[in-house]
Design a protein around this ligand. Structure first.
Ligand code: FES
Ligand code: FES
Length: 220
């Protein structure tokens, strides 16, 4: 009967599940039922962030849509009724269009074995859906649940910080000592610390191109 059927959306497609097992997690459903294996199984216990997805919900009281990142390994499928889930497959791919978050992490050398990368992408993607021009603190806060065993985090952060509007320069940030003070010219400073990527190559972030929230879930 209708009360036994879950209805939610994954990457814009409606999914219905009848008589879902209470212990089924979103992660096992994505990987085993839908074969969406971009969402990784790392620890299975909420500790590594490899399984991060974005969950969006319509809030009738405020008539707004909220987006939050979630560990799919901890999320019971039965909790998703009325939600819209976005996985890394819904964000972009090399077969269709790569998303700026994916491009920047890759070009900044933030992906080595790549196992953590989908989770990193989803954490930053969710942040950008909520705040397209984040501050540096927002970036580090968004990534605090994502572990990487390869990169040492610096290249990942370097790629993600290119979404920040803040100036990189310590003088612009109000610090006392600045890289522009003293004898060194800016050119000399940059020569000593060569960039590993060229920001001018990056695709711009265009929030109007993101998948919309399913209207059907607003009309419920
Ligand atoms: Fe590690 Fe979900 S698999 S947090
Ligand atoms: Fe290997 Fe992050 S790139 S775990």
């Amino acid at each position: 009967k209708e009360g036994d059927t879950l209805c939610f959306f994954i990457n814009g497609k409606k999914v219905t599940v009848s008589h879902a097992e209470p212990e089924t997690t979103l992660l096992s459903f994505l990987r085993e039922e839908l074969r969406l294996t971009g969402t990784k199984y790392g620890c299975g216990g909420g500790g590594c962030g490899a399984c991060t997805v974005m969950v969006s919900r319509y809030q009738p009281a405020t008539k707004t849509i909220t987006h939050y990142s979630a560990n799919a390994c901890l999320l019971p499928l039965c909790q998703l009724h009325g939600a819209a889930v976005t996985t890394v497959e819904g964000v972009g791919s090399t077969r269709t269009r790569i998303h700026p978050v994916q491009e920047r992490i890759a070009k900044a050398h933030g992906s080595q074995c790549g196992f953590c990368s989908p989770g990193m992408v989803m954490s930053i993607y969710t942040l950008l859906r909520n705040r397209p021009q984040p501050a540096m603190d927002d970036i580090t806060h968004a990534l605090q649940g994502n572990l990487c065993r390869c990169t040492g985090y610096r290249p990942i952060i370097d790629g993600c910080r290119t979404f920040c509007q803040e100036a990189d320069c310590c003088q612009a940030n109000g610090a006392g000592d600045c890289c522009l003070d003293g004898e060194e010219t800016l050119e000399e400073t940059q020569r000593e610390k060569p960039e590993l990527f060229d920001k001018r190559e990056f695709l711009p972030l265009d929030p109007t191109q993101e998948l919309i929230f399913p209207p059907e879930l607003i009309l419920w």
